[in-house]
Design a protein around this ligand. Sequence first.
Ligand code: G1P
Length: 271
Amino acid sequence: MIKQAIIPLAGLGTRLLPLTSVFAKELLPINGKPGIEYILDECIESGIKEIIFIISKKKEMIKRYFYNDQFYKKIIKRKKDPRVIKEYQKILRYKKMIKFVYQNKPLGTGDAVLKTKRYIKDKYFLMLLPDDLIIKNNCSKSMIKIHNKYRSSVMASMKVSKKNVSRWGIYKLKKKLEKNNFTIDSVIEKPSIREAPSNKAVIGRYILPKTIFNKLQKQRPGKGGEIHITDAIQSLINENEKFIAHNFLGKYLDCGTIKGYINSSSEIAKL
Ligand code: G1P
């Protein structure tokens, strides 16, 4: 069973400047709700019991959002506003599930994952990248079902336009397992159009094996000098770990760019 999820939150959010100059991008409201809460709700709905946030000293605002008890208690005592009481109870429910670890240098997603090594208990865990919202269908829940059936690693996937392949991790498929699920032959981080083995991109939901930590410990920096989870995944594939690409059914919203972020609120408002 997949019971733990990790969420890298130490990124600088430069693609969203100036919104992120003094503010954590994951707390920016999307249709009136902080983006991170959509990710937490996806986890809770898919049966996750513990969520590890990887933050940095610069992103402590995220921790404060969940640990603002004195403030809430004072307001509630004074005003007894049922709406505030309800919101505070929601925050408390989230807080109970969250652990914080630190990645103070932005050395890449792979390095962020490595920081959670001593907290991961089971053979597999879930990772969600908070820039990627998937609405209308719970992608993590579908991926956990696939994992339970095949007992293997799973990644969310989507076709992208050929000219944009250098924005994503791109994979080559090996074999069709069933509708929407394929085994992966290889994966490459942000390839040029010429290098790309296809136009099938990895989207920010992963079920990863605990063995990835051994790979990450030895991982050399890759594209842009960062330690990429994609490169560690390729090392595992080389050693015959089975990775399944799952073409998810929901709608993808890229909240990591200004254009995508603006669009995400109106898409969610339509639900
Ligand atoms: C990360 C991964 C990339 C993946 C993408 C999905 O990139 O490194 O392989 O395709 O997330 O959103 P980032 O968005 O951090 O640049």
